[in-house]
Ligand binder design. Structure first.
Ligand SMILES: Cc1cc2nc3c(=O)[nH]c(=O)nc-3n(C[C@H](O)[C@H](O)[C@H](O)COP(=O)(O)O)c2cc1C
Length: 182
C-alpha cells in the first residue's frame, strides 16, 4: 500500500470481526513500528497485547473511568494493545537529569510517534485500530501485568474491520494549520 493512501484511508475502527489477529501479523506490525524515530534512538515504546477474553473484559469493566463508549469498544475488539513507555530514558541525560524543559514528556511523544506508525502498519495489513486515551493507569495495572519501569501511554483496540470505513471526520484546512514564516 502506498504511504499517502495509507495516511488518507486510515480511520479509527471501533467495530470488528470476531476473528483473531494471527501473532505473525502482530509481529509484522511491531516490526514496522520499531522503525519509528525516537529520542536518541532510545526506543522506549512497548506493546502488551491482551487477547485473553477475561482480562480484556476486566479492562473494559473497570479501567476506562466510566466511559461506556470505550468499554464497548474494548468488549468488541479481539485484541487490545496496552502501549507503554519505559521510563527514565527518553528526554534524560545519562546522569538521570532532564535534557530539556519538556522533562519526561519526550517518552510520551516518542510513543505517540510509534503508535502512529503502528496504526498505519496495521491498516496496511487490513487491521483496524483505534487509539484510546480515556483509561485509568492504576486500574489497568491491577488487571494487566505491566512492568513497574513502564508507564501506560495509551490503549489501542484492534481487529479486522466489520464494515467499510465512513468518510474521515472533517479536517482543518491547510491554511489554518500551516504558517510559512516570511
Ligand atoms: C491521543 C488520542 C486519544 C484518543 N482517545 C480516544 C478514546 O478514548 N476513545 C475513542 O473512541 N477514540 C479515541 N481517539 C480517536 C479519535 O477520536 C480519532 O482519531 C479522531 O476522531 C479522528 O478520527 P479518525 O482516526 O478516524 O481519523 C483518540 C485519538 C488520539 C490520537
Amino acid at each position: 500500500m502506498e504511504l499517502e493512501q495509507a495516511i488518507r484511508e486510515r480511520r479509527s475502527v471501533r467495530k470488528y470481526e470476531q476473528r483473531e489477529i494471527p501473532q505473525a501479523v502482530l509481529e509484522e506490525i511491531v516490526e514496522l513500528a520499531r522503525f519509528s524515530p525516537s529520542w536518541k534512538n532510545t526506543q522506549v515504546p512497548r506493546y502488551h497485547v491482551v487477547t485473553n477474553g477475561e482480562m480484556k473484559q476486566a479492562v473494559a469493566d473497570h479501567c476506562v473511568l466510566g466511559f461506556a463508549f470505550n468499554a464497548k469498544t474494548i468488549s468488541r475488539c479481539p485484541v487490545l494493545a496496552v502501549v507503554t513507555a519505559v521510563k527514565g530514558l527518553s528526554g534524560y541525560e545519562p546522569d538521570g537529569s532532564f535534557s530539556t524543559t519538556q522533562e519526561d514528556r519526550w517518552e510520551i511523544f516518542d510513543t505517540g510517534v510509534a503508535v502512529q506508525t503502528f496504526c498505519l502498519a496495521a491498516h496496511a495489513k487490513g487491521v483496524g485500530t483505534v487509539i484510546l486515551g480515556v483509561f485509568d493507569e492504576e486500574k489497568i495495572r491491577q488487571y494487566v501485568p505491566i512492568p513497574q519501569e513502564e508507564r501506560v501511554v495509551c490503549l489501542v483496540a484492534m481487529g479486522y474491520p466489520l464494515e467499510a470505513p465512513k468518510a474521515a471526520p472533517p479536517r482543518k484546512e491547510v491554511a489554518e494549520l500551516l504558517t510559512v514564516l516570511p
